[in-house]
Write a protein that binds this ligand. Structure first.
Ligand SMILES: [Zn+2]
Ligand SMILES: [Zn+2]
Length: 276
């Protein structure tokens, strides 16, 4: 893609950001809901209360993040790249625009891999991330079930990474869309059949991520990736197959029986035994 082409692409993405993000989110939500009925991976009953409670986290986080950073990461990047165009890594490297774009997507995915890993290793962060792992009926709505505390830390991490790397606006928008899409894809209770194992060589799949939601520590400390599966292979945290069949994996957390919205919100502020 030529520099002019990238500029036009970037302007298009910036002008359509809201429509793109909500269109992809609701389109995929409906698609995966249908696939969960047509090709379920596990037999499970997801109540309307459970589904709505999970979606409520998505709504709450969207509101809180708007207040925390008005204009979002895109406006932050526009300000930063205008004020300090040569400060970020990409400003130094001066790569061709398309190479820079791909490099930023890959590096942001790497940042989130390590963020996720540290959310499991550091007790303070685990208190918030456990809200996500408390879900015993993993389904497409689990893809937005993140405690606001985790969403805020993640926003700060992404903001720092975007400035340190000097990420172009188009890459930020596509990364956010990709992240939401990958989260819905990975958490949906649907079977890709044999394709799952092939896809796992490149990207994180539902089977690969379901293993991470196991109650066994030998499994929940594996498969931290969000989009590219190669980080888990590279950093020795990849596990291809769970100890029990996917239909039988015990999901959730032993010490978190209630996954209601309010209880889950309160969880980080209550004393509890640590169990990953
Ligand atoms: Zn996790
Ligand atoms: Zn998950």
């Amino acid at each position: 893609m030529t520099p002019d082409g990238m500029t036009g692409f970037s302007q298009f993405l910036t002008s359509q950001e809201g429509a793109l993000r909500s269109g992809v989110f609701f389109g995929l939500l409906i698609l995966f809901l249908a696939l969960e009925r047509l090709r379920p991976r596990r037999r499970q009953q997801v109540s309307a209360r459970h589904f709505i409670s999970n979606l409520a986290f998505g709504v709450l986080n969207a509101v809180i993040l708007r207040f925390a950073l008005p204009g979002g990461l895109v406006l932050l990047a526009i300000w930063f790249l205008t004020a300090y165009p040569m400060v970020g890594l990409m400003g130094w490297l001066n790569l061709p625009p398309f190479v820079e774009f791909i490099a930023c997507l890959v590096l942001l995915d790497l940042v989130l891999y390590w963020q996720h890993r540290l959310f499991h290793q550091i007790d303070f962060f685990w208190k918030f991330h456990s809200a996500h792992h408390g879900d015993r009926n993993l389904n497409v709505s689990s893809g937005v079930r993140f405690h606001p505390g985790e969403a805020l830390v993640s926003l700060a991490v992404k903001a720092v990474a975007i400035m340190a790397l000097g990420v172009p606006v188009a890459a930020i928008i596509l990364f956010e869309v990709l992240l939401n899409a990958a989260s819905l894809f990975n958490h949906a209770n649907w079977s890709l059949g044999r394709l799952d194992a092939y896809l796992q060589k490149l990207i994180v799949t539902p089977d690969m991520h379901r293993l991470h939601h196991s109650r066994l520590e030998t499994e929940s400390r594996k498969n931290f990736g969000f989009f590219l599966s190669g980080w888990d292979t590279l950093f020795n945290s990849y596990k291809a197959h769970p100890d029990s069949p996917h239909s039988d994996i015990a999901l959730g957390l032993d010490d978190m029986p209630d996954d209601g919205f309010v209880q889950t919100l309160q969880r980080p502020f209550k004393p509890s035994a640590r169990k990953t």
